[in-house]
Design a protein. Structure first.
Length: 165
């Protein structure tokens, strides 16, 4: 429950600061942090929108699913997305058709996410969930449709775990 409260407070406090571009002494640390971590294209829309959409996805999971599903959602979102992005940018040479994602990043994300999920799940569930997460990531970022993976991955990983358990 404390997790939901923290995520909700983050949305309640920081989303209006970002959306309305409130800049003063109190919000200075927020804007300074965003200078280092925010993607350029988000400065044109809503700075911090990935963090806000992640909070929404995790709030939904924490309200609708058990703690175990929430653990799976947090691990899958944090590990898969981060690893796939880093490996893809550093060594991605082969593109997945119809996306801007790399085969190398996708495979690294599946492998490393599976290893982390092994801390709490059996092998086959870890691999299965990781492949589903990769599929969601690829579809969400495809040129055909753009969906926010930070909302989808937590929800889909929780649903997938719930269905196979």
């Amino acid at each position: 429950m404390i997790f939901v409260i923290l995520m909700f407070l983050m949305l309640l406090i920081f989303f209006p600061i970002s959306y309305f571009r409130i800049k003063n002494k109190l919000t200075y640390p927020f804007w300074k942090l965003l200078e280092y971590v925010e993607r350029q294209q988000n400065w044109e829309t809503i700075p911090g929108k990935q963090a806000f959409s992640l909070a929404v996805g995790l709030i939904i999971v924490s309200l609708l699913f058990s703690e175990k599903e929430l653990e799976v959602a947090i691990i899958s979102t944090a590990i898969y997305d981060g690893v796939a992005t880093i490996v893809g940018k550093l060594s991605g040479k082969h593109k997945v058709p119809f996306t801007k994602k790399s085969v190398e990043g996708t495979l690294a994300g599946i492998i490393i996410n599976s290893l982390f999920l092994l801390l709490i799940l059996p092998v086959w569930k870890s691999i299965f969930i990781s492949v589903i997460v990769a599929s969601v990531e690829l579809m969400a970022k495809s040129e055909k449709w753009y969906l926010d993976d930070n909302i989808l991955i937590p929800i889909v990983s929780a649903i997938t775990y719930s269905l196979i358990s």
